[in-house]
Write a protein that binds this ligand. Structure first.
Ligand SMILES: [Zn+2]
Length: 216
């Protein structure tokens, strides 16, 4: 397995400095389990972020801080990895990443033709907007945009949109400029773990489908 899509530098730096929410942190943690390159990147951010924070007077982190920190780092892409550990989730009858072992995962629920979701609860973070999504092979997921960041880790199958193709191990970050209708690969159903950030609200067809059911 070769990973082509990784969390951004800003996301890893936010994780390293404790500024990433519980939902996105879970999605990135799943990615980290399978990506040695990003574990290495995170370790460097943790060392660097800690050192910089110690030098700084207490103040809100600003974009310039990230920019200055990122300018010091250069990391090559992509990298091959071994298949990460999984555990069997009884309610869904699928293998889930080790990083999700403490999560309360609900059953599959119908969301639309060929499209299901399962709510993922993170202990101590009841407001985290996290879910598993499952799309049938060859299905176009409903078009949607976001008012904030969406983090999506592919667990099985594949997705593609105008920006590229995403396979197991890949993490996609979509911001408010991305309005997409991802296509599930023909080879198999696709299962992915998705987290919406903060006050993020989906709009478009997916938003209309999800909001009354999921409360997002
Ligand atoms: Zn990575």
């Amino acid at each position: 397995m070769t990973i082509h899509h990784h969390p951004s530098d800003v996301t890893l730096l936010r994780l390293a400095t404790g500024m990433l929410g519980a939902g996105p942190t879970l999605v990135v943690s799943v990615h980290l389990e399978g990506c040695g390159l990003c574990r290495e990147r995170l370790a460097r951010f943790e060392a660097l972020g800690g050192a910089i924070l110690e030098e700084q007077p207490p103040a809100p982190l600003v974009a310039d801080f990230f920019g200055r920190t990122l300018a010091r780092l250069e990391v090559p892409y992509p990298t091959p990895v071994a298949k990460p550990m999984t555990w069997k989730q009884p309610a869904l009858s699928i293998e889930l990443p080790h990083a999700m072992r403490h999560c309360d995962v609900g059953p599959w629920r119908w969301l639309g033709p060929g499209f299901k979701w399962s709510k993922v609860k993170i202990a101590g973070s009841p407001d985290a907007k996290v879910m598993l999504l499952k799309g049938r092979a060859g299905l176009h997921l409903p078009g949607h945009g976001h008012t904030g960041m969406e983090f999506m880790q592919i667990l099985s199958g594949s997705l593609s949109d105008a920006r590229g193709q995403y396979f197991p191990g890949d993490l996609d970050e979509a911001d408010d400029e991305v309005d997409h209708s991802p296509l599930v690969g023909q080879e198999s159903d696709c299962i992915c773990l998705a987290a919406l950030e903060g006050d993020t609200r989906l709009h478009g067809v997916l938003g209309r489908l999800l909001r009354p059911i999921v409360g997002f």
